[in-house]
Design a protein around this ligand. Sequence first.
Ligand SMILES: [Fe+2]
Ligand SMILES: [Fe+2]
Length: 468
Amino acid sequence: MQLYERIPNNVNLSEDKRLQRALENWLPNYLDWWREMGPDGFQQKDVFLRTAVSVEPEGWAHFDYIKMPDYRWGIFLKPAEADARIGFGDNYGMPAYQEVPGEFRNALRRIIVTQGDTEPASVEQQRQLGKTCPSLYDLRNLFQVNVEEGRHLWAMVYLLHRYFGRDGRDEADELLQRRSGNPDKPRILEAFNQPCDDWLNFFCFTTFTDRDGKYQLAALAESGFEPLARTCQFMLTEEAHHLFVGETGVGRVVKRTAQLMKENRGANAREGGGIPLEIIQRYINFWFSYSLDLFGGEISSNSADFFAAGLKGRFQEQKKYEDHFAVDEMFSLTVVENGELKQRDVPMRNALNEVLRGEYVADCERALARWNKYIHEEGVQAELYLPSTRFHRHVGEFAGHYFDVQGRLISQEEFERFKPEWLPSFEDREYVRSLMHPVTEPGKIANWIAPPAAGIKGRPFDFEYVRL
Ligand SMILES: [Fe+2]
Ligand SMILES: [Fe+2]
């Protein structure tokens, strides 16, 4: 571990002078981007953050006060295993790729750039949120997520610089040039161009969109291109906290809403200054549907090619599956044919996006069940749900068609008529925004959200997580 180098790393960077120089040239551009597009304000404040100090599962992180620009951005890969093999696809059992195989070069670069692009994008989307934090605890969690997304960008940029030569360096530069939501140079994926300008958006984003990240990284952590697999394995360790922030964040909003409903004898939580369940539901519908698009088309020749090549596996490929070829299997999925929903059997390898999406949806259901438990615990009779995976889709089989939240095919007119019931309206967003006032006194919290069950790293809730 070269922890105290200019670019901390565990890839022996100092032995590869060319690469080290290239990354040291990229570093100031990265810092410029961070200053311009990272959290607005707070850059000189001490934040109680965790930093990676090792890549071992036990004790990899160190917690202390640090100013965000001094964060230890670095390159950390899970250590290599002796005799690593390709775990699936046509080359199953062959030695893992240590360099990029020529015929897959473009595909692999595309995968890495697309993943890499999401990391700075989310930081950009969230850059104004610090100003309206509901508590110091939440402010700290926001910044923790932000610096780690910055480090994830480093992880992908390392792969581009190290394995893709000139075009890799160009791609690394472009990762700092695109901007979330900018019509002229938008981020690659649409979920990462959506505004994330209030804390309910933030918690939904970290629940649903970061969870897509978890599944993409998990599929890439199986990759036969070993450096990519090892990079993603370590990123997943950090990602778990982002999902925690999202899931407990929405959970605490839901809990507070249920409390206010109970106090007002079932009346709308709005009267008590909370966020009504209907609005929370519409935010869920919005972020869930955009996040589903991130898995790609239901039927995909790319997914088949990536699997065949051993580049992108299934979720827990080694743990969950016995047959790593998946050539003879078929998968039945729903498609739209002549204005009707029909079942169609497709070769398993062409359905892998949908298989991964299925794993994701099951994981989201778990989060919903927990949120509903908070509602029931307050004695309130109401439930949040996940809309159909066909609802409000912009990518794949269902794009260009209209569905209700139950997944029934409907006309465009009907969709437009019910849209204010299903998706956040301008008024919803205005209302949520009207609640967003900063609460920065240690131990205090905004009225629209419940405090967390525990603090960070054994510290109490009233700990001074950010010194303002
Ligand atoms: Fe990330
Ligand atoms: Fe994340």
